[in-house]
Design a protein around this ligand. Sequence first.
Ligand SMILES: Cc1cn([C@H]2C[C@H](O)[C@@H](COP(=O)(O)OP(=O)(O)O[C@H]3O[C@@H](C)C(=O)[C@@H](O)[C@H]3O)O2)c(=O)[nH]c1=O
Length: 178
Amino acid sequence: MRLIDTPLPGLALLEPTVFHDERGSFCESYQQSTFDAVIGRTVTFVQDNQVSSVEGVLRGLHEQQAPRAQGKLVRAVQGEVFDVAVDLRESSPTFLQWAGVTLSAANRRQLWIPEGFAHGYLVLSAGAEVLYKTTDTWCPALERTIAWNDPRIGIRWPLAREPILSEKDRLALPFDPR
Ligand SMILES: Cc1cn([C@H]2C[C@H](O)[C@@H](COP(=O)(O)OP(=O)(O)O[C@H]3O[C@@H](C)C(=O)[C@@H](O)[C@H]3O)O2)c(=O)[nH]c1=O
């Protein structure tokens, strides 16, 4: 497992070791002690989500707030997505900055998004299957949705056309720190 740093402290891109042979390939997509050692802290995941989307779907930006903040370990097992994390930690030197990475079935990369970040992704391929682990279970009452196109955050989404959004995401307002 290789760690690729990102410009946002705590946000980490991970690349598992893949073994190829005549049958195909094998990798440990998650191994607790390796993961903890690579990111430098102990993390307990309690939920796995599997999400299918068609091309052009944009989900986010979503954050589950304290005291039920969620860390997320995100990967694509089919297709390709542009995955984005936004730093919402008010004391952070990179507060409101964003980072975007390509996660795909082909590159097998995973994005570790710690608690305190908003998350979203855009499907770039004909369809995509995204899996992610979370450190807390879903709590809709603590979910914060931020407009994907908030000008203050300024995410440069690689959009070919208007994205396909849920109603919740279409109605989302820009970030308000209050
Ligand atoms: C997030 C979630 C949703 N649901 C249900 C609620 C709803 O009926 C259906 C779809 O929910 P949503 O529209 O919120 O799904 P989606 O827009 O894909 O929400 C997700 O977006 C990405 C970007 C994240 O980071 C996630 O944390 C999550 O917020 O699934 C669960 O049962 N458990 C969950 O953990």
